[in-house]
Design a binder for this molecule. Structure first.
Ligand code: ADP
Ligand code: MG
Length: 351
């Protein structure tokens, strides 16, 4: 958080072309299908015999991130991860990305280098190629728009619309951590603003803070599904909290669902942080968001193949549409999913 006075090169001194030189200097390519990356009027990708999957997400300073606690390197990583997550949620393999940025003169060349360090690390982790983008100035703040391109065999694509009554609702990993990380960071920011000498109290909280600052896309699951020889009948990534994602699947698939609160996967650290903030942990799971885990459905007969996978929790079932979306609480009460702390909890209207 401290504004360390390191070397600062103004963007106006290097110009747009100088800046593009800077941001492409460490770019590496991993995909055979990338025939031309950065450096021409357009990138060239060898169209495969598979389906092409394309997704774009825009991140706006002050709406989606706060640079007072989000280091630029993490932001670059996260911008790639959240887009790759959308490709994984189609059960597709990410291949290329483009990154467009709008920058105000508040940012220096060194700041852009930090951002691209994170972008390049993410590209390496997910084996995606940065093949282009656009660079422009902004009056205030930073905007990053990433487009991710992936491929999948047509028969492997998992849409939101494929869930059928009787199928099992599954989630990967654990939920609610990213939201609690955000609460901790916001609290530390308030403390810091009222007393800049205060030391941040984030010890033992690395896990939830990490879930917020450096989320991972579950591209591993795309490979695991292939190994198990199963295809999720529907899938979505959890960017907005479990409740809204379940409802997206139900709406698109024209089905209902029942969720069991006792089955929700929550990390110990998330539980502790939720207790600290006096928020029920299942409210965080249902409405928190930004975990970037996968929510998917499988056929009953596929359960045997995945039941021992430690990455997967089985949290409920798909019902007929008429049954609606229900939550069975730990106290065995049946409550409609929509009513769960929806309005008072959602902290901003961003999507
Ligand atoms: P044009 O004038 O044709 O739009 P640019 O000068 O904007 O070309 O970009 C030159 C090259 O640099 C192109 O290959 C473009 O895709 C790439 N590029 C521009 N901005 C970015 C960026 N922010 N990230 C990655 N590549 C970029
Ligand atoms: Mg351009």
């Amino acid at each position: 958080m401290s504004a360390e006075k390191q070397k600062r090169t103004e963007l106006k001194d290097i110009g747009e072309f100088g800046l593009i030189d800077v941001l492409q200097q460490d770019v590496k390519l991993y995909q055979e299908s990338t025939k031309k990356g950065i450096g021409d009027d357009a990138a060239v990708i060898d169209a495969s015999s598979e389906q092409t999957v394309v997704s774009t997400d825009m991140l706006v300073e002050g709406i989606h991130f706060d640079l007072s606690y989000m280091p630029l390197k993490h932001l670059g990583y996260k911008a790639i991860a959240v887009n790759v997550s959308d490709i994984a949620a189609m059960n597709a393999v990410p291949r290329q990305v483009t990154v467009s940025i709008a920058l105000s003169n508040r940012f220096s060349k060194e700041a852009v280098e930090e951002l691209y360090k994170g972008i390049n690390i993410a590209c390496e982790n997910y084996k995606v190629d940065l093949v282009g983008g656009d660079t422009t100035s902004s009056r205030s703040g930073l905007v990053i728009s990433v487009t991710a391109i992936g491929t999948a065999k047509e028969e492997n694509l998992a849409y939101r619309s494929g869930a059928k009554p009787g199928e099992i609702l599954c989630v990967t990993g654990d939920l609610g951590g990213a939201y609690m990380g955000l609460q901790l960071l916001e609290r530390e920011k308030q403390v810091y603003m009222s007393n800049p000498q205060a030391q941040p109290e984030l010890k033992d909280q690395e896990y939830v803070v990490g879930r917020q600052l450096r989320p991972e896309a579950r591209t591993d699951m795309v490979h695991e599904f292939k190994e198990y020889g199963i295809k999720p009948t529907s899938m979505i990534d959890i960017s907005d909290g479990l409740a809204s994602e379940v409802m997206h699947i139900c709406k698109n698939s024209e089905v209902g669902a029942v969720l069991y609160e006792e089955k929700f996967p929550v990390a110990e650290e998330t539980l502790k942080a939720a207790m600290d903030f006096h928020i029920p942990s299942s409210t965080v799971v249902l409405n928190g968001g930004e975990d970037y885990e996968l929510l998917f459905t499988i056929k009953q007969e596929d359960y045997e193949k995945v039941k021992h996978n430690p990455n997967i929790s089985f949290i409920g079932y798909i019902l007929e549409k008429e049954k609606g979306t229900q939550l069975i609480t730990k106290g065995k009460q049946v409550v409609p999913l929509q009513a769960q702390g929806w309005t008072h909890f959602k902290q901003s209207e961003d999507e």
